[in-house]
Design a protein around this ligand. Structure first.
Ligand code: 13P
Ligand code: SF4
Length: 311
């Protein structure tokens, strides 16, 4: 039984003993963000995973993120506190269907959001994250035909912003899909001076009201620099933890769902990780990410292209 254990102390002890680094995404519970060695967006976490000289990476995030860490750092042990921590975007895009989609469009390259399986990465030409997508797309010639998957909202946002007509895979993030335009406008009416910062995984009826659109680290940066005292945040609400830490005198309001509060926008996959499971995965070095080498090398090629083009 774990009763009586000081989990934070045990995690610190195991982190030393195992020479482990704990990486956490901004959508993780505050207690996990606070004990992580590094907290970041998907691109920053990929870079950290590629660079670290730790022997073990404990990834407080979802499976595609831990898979990415393993693809980039195959010699390391990569553990995920809960293997069931998936992603609706990954689920929307089964590799065999994605392969068939590519075959129907042989003159298109595949620009693919990092929120997908290793198999889909292996079938893609260039991976992007929300913080690197704009830089990368701007390096691809205007006349190059492109398939973009699996997030149709991020793809649609990029199409509108850059006047492109990428073919979109029909996936969505269930978290960002749950924001209510009606409730957002009600909140905005109560705080007319508060800007709205939104993640590009939001549908267009939310993005259209945003003063700033960007990745989690982009939104956090906007929160640290906007001139007012109240900000409406249209992304997974756990990121507000970092905002409140950095700017305790300001007010951060999570954009609401249809029920008028922001709790329905908590990512159910990210929420599977907790202190106890982090402790257990550091203790047992399980559950562990394993990827077949041929598949890994193919996925690595499209990720390396991202890291080169995003630099
Ligand atoms: P970023 O942190 O790269 O903006 O990604 C957001 C997200 O939904 C991760 O699942
Ligand atoms: Fe996937 Fe959305 Fe959760 Fe991110 S927030 S892991 S995109 S379901």
């Amino acid at each position: 039984s774990l009763a009586g254990l000081d989990l934070r102390e045990e995690i610190d002890r195991l982190r030393m003993e195992r020479n482990a680094v704990i990486l956490a995404h901004y959508y993780q519970k505050p207690e996990l963000q606070d004990l992580a060695d590094f907290v970041g967006d998907s691109l920053e976490l990929s870079k950290k995973a590629a660079e670290t000289d730790a022997d073990v990476i404990a990834f407080c995030g979802v499976k595609f993120m831990a898979d990415t860490a393993k693809i980039l750092s195959p010699e390391k042990i990569v553990v995920l506190p809960d293997m069931e921590a998936g992603c609706s975007l990954e689920d929307s895009c089964p590799p065999e269907k994605f392969a068939a989609f590519r075959e129907r469009h042989p003159d298109h390259i595949a620009l693919t959001y990092i929120n997908c399986s290793t198999e889909v990465k292996a079938l893609s030409d260039v991976i992007v994250t929300s913080s690197s997508a704009e830089t990368i797309l701007s390096q691809i010639p205007e006349d190059q035909k492109i398939i973009f998957g699996p997030d149709r909202h991020l793809g649609g946002y990029l199409n509108r912003k850059f006047g492109r007509d990428m073919l979109l895979w029909p996936g969505v993030c269930i978290v960002h899909e749950a924001f209510s335009e009606r409730e957002l406008l009600k909140l905005k009416a109560e705080h007319p001076e508060a800007p709205i910062a939104a993640h590009p995984e939001c549908p267009p009826h939310i993005i259209d009201h945003a003063d700033y659109v960007g990745s989690t680290s982009g939104i956090l940066n906007f929160a640290k620099t906007f001139p007012g005292d109240t900000l409406i945040v249209a992304t997974e609400p756990h990121i507000i933890h970092q905002m409140e830490k950095a700017l305790p005198e300001k007010i951060f309001l999570g954009a609401p769902g249809a029920d008028g509060n922001c709790n329905c926008n908590i990512c159910p996959y990210m929420a599977l990780n907790n202190l106890e499971k982090l402790y257990l995965c550091l203790r047992d070095l399980e559950p562990r990410i394993e990827i077949e080498e041929g598949l890994r090398l193919k996925a690595r090629a499209s990720l390396d292209r991202m890291l080169e083009m995003a630099a």
